[in-house]
Design a protein around this ligand. Structure first.
Ligand code: LFR
Length: 494
């Protein structure tokens, strides 16, 4: 019998899972209960998440584990950040939450900056200026859906929306709240002044609650239908990246991390937010961490590029898996082309393959013409971009970052892990792949007083030992390709 059993509901941009975590006093182990795809829906030209379907899946996961005789005593929910639902005065969901890649967000940064300069928005929030942020999504509503915004009583970010429909309690979990770009880390709360200046409703933001708190039991209707009497919902790092970084099995403090999934979040951890001219110049974000610290990081476009290539190939009747593409990339010519993965052409293109080919031609390079060549360009370019971000991180923190921890699904991609070590000339410690779920489970263990926050890295290391990748000795080819990336980005080499 384990000492404790809890459930993590982890909602990712392409699929979600419910997973049981068990703790025996020395190690954590995981057992997947359910896995479901998360397919956004284009309805009338707007891209939405399927909130109702995802909610049903989370409840079904709880019900399944109880009926298998393994009822969890707690539940923590995490998902991507920035997206939200609005509730009206009677607590009804007014609209399915929109997807951060919905094209209506285009141009909204400019609308905000016409009212408050971007530099001030950054200074007040420390959050990278990115079109996906809640702030810009709200600007769209304020300008083009004013009635919706006026009728809204409460705004809840995605996991908080789940928590509300599970428990009836309305909160804004800290780590996720910071990603909205409406949280002021100096004030430690919502930035009312920013909201007023943009004429956004100030009263719709819920009270901010930190991780490790017990929120309460499930609504009676859910309990009786699913035999979940003993379960409490607790707050974890509801932002998936916060949970993933919380589970890094680090030994010394001087590490960089890459939380590698649909996005690659490349950063380091800081006790205080770092908001300086230099962090502004490189658009580093300061997202709230599970421990109340801050993740100084940048979003790199990540495996989204590959996911979209796979989707495109599939549509064209060519079915490949991730490992097929990695194997083909390994055999493809090295350094045929370099792209800046964060070029705006790659955020939501109709056809990722064509977008990459057009970029290469436009920048006077050859056209990668088969799946292996395209995948190789993606992997090499990601590894080079990681190097760029880590070098800038060292510059803005004034710290030398000696190792790189890679966590998240990208850990399974051995080629990319090795390329990351080679491109950066730093050792890589890869794992755990399930960092988000493990971080979610560990936060629950803290909430129920089984564990202290400082014990997490060692517990994770003992439970899921990371794999080491050592950089190859000859750095010249990578260094040359790096100069190419810098020139594509309009940066000068060191
Ligand atoms: C990763 C992630 C990133 C966030 C992006 C959009 O899943 O949460 O941290 O920037 O998704 O929310």
């Amino acid at each position: 019998m384990p000492k404790w059993r809890g459930m993590a509901a982890d909602l990712g941009a392409s699929n979600g899972r419910t997973v049981l975590g068990e703790y025996d006093g020395a190690k954590v182990s995981l057992a997947e209960v359910s896995r479901f795809s998360n397919v956004p829906i284009n309805l009338g030209g707007t891209l939405y998440w399927n909130f109702l379907g995802l909610f049903r899946e989370v409840v079904a996961g709880l019900s399944k584990s109880s009926s298998q005789g393994k009822p969890p005593v707690s539940l923590g929910i995490d998902s991507w950040a920035v997206d939200f639902g609005l509730l009206d005065a009677s607590g009804e969901l007014m609209q399915n939450p929109r997807h951060y890649r919905d094209h209506h967000n285009e141009g909204m940064m400019q609308e905000v900056f016409a009212r408050i300069p971007g530099a001030i928005v950054y200074e007040r929030t420390g959050i990278q200026l990115m079109q996906i942020n809640t702030l810009y999504q709200l600007m769209f509503l304020r300008l083009y859906r004013p009635a919706l915004l006026q009728g809204a009583k409460v705004l809840l970010l995605f996991p908080d929306l789940m928590i509300y429909f599970l428990t009836g309690v309305k909160i804004a979990e800290f780590t996720n709240a910071t990603t909205t770009q409406l949280f002021n880390p100096y004030l430690g709360t919502w930035d009312q002044e920013l909201m007023s200046k943009l004429d956004l409703p100030r009263q719709i933001f819920a009270p901010i609650v930190s991780p490790f708190q017990v929120i309460g039991p499930l609504r009676p209707d859910i309990v009786s239908a699913n035999r979940t009497e003993k379960l409490s919902v607790v707050t974890v790092g509801e932002h998936d990246t916060a949970s993933a970084v919380f589970a890094i099995p680090y030994e010394a403090e001087n590490y960089a991390y890459i939380s590698s999934g649909t996005w690659s979040l490349v950063g380091t951890v800081s006790e205080k937010p770092l908001i300086t001219e230099l962090t502004a110049k490189y658009n580093f974000t300061n997202e709230g961490g599970v421990n109340g610290n801050y993740r100084v990081l940048k979003n790199v476009m990540g495996l989204w590029l590959l996911q979209e290539v796979l989707r495109r190939l599939d549509q064209a009747g060519q079915s490949f898996s991730y490992s097929d593409l990695s194997a083909l990339a390994l055999k493809a010519q090295a350094f045929e082309c370099v792209i800046d993965p964060d070029g705006s052409d790659f955020l939501a293109p109709v056809n990722m393959i064509e977008a990459i080919q057009a970029y290469c031609l436009r920048t006077h390079q050859s056209k990668p013409s088969n799946p292996g060549a395209i995948s190789r360009v993606i992997f090499e370019s990601l590894a080079l971009k990681y190097r760029f971000v880590i070098e800038k991180l060292e510059q803005v923190t004034g710290r030398s970052l000696e190792v790189i921890h890679i966590v998240g699904g990208g850990v399974h991609n051995e080629l990319l892990c090795q390329m990351t070590a080679d491109a950066t000339h730093k050792p890589v410690l890869a794992g755990p792949a399930e960092a988000t779920i493990i971080g979610n489970i560990c936060a629950q263990l803290i909430a129920v007083k089984e564990l202290g926050p400082a014990e997490v890295p060692l517990l994770v290391r003992n439970s899921f030992p990371p794999q080491v990748y050592t950089p190859q000795k000859d750095r010249s080819a990578w260094d040359q390709a790096y100069l190419k990336l810098l020139s594509l980005m309009g940066e000068r080499g060191a």
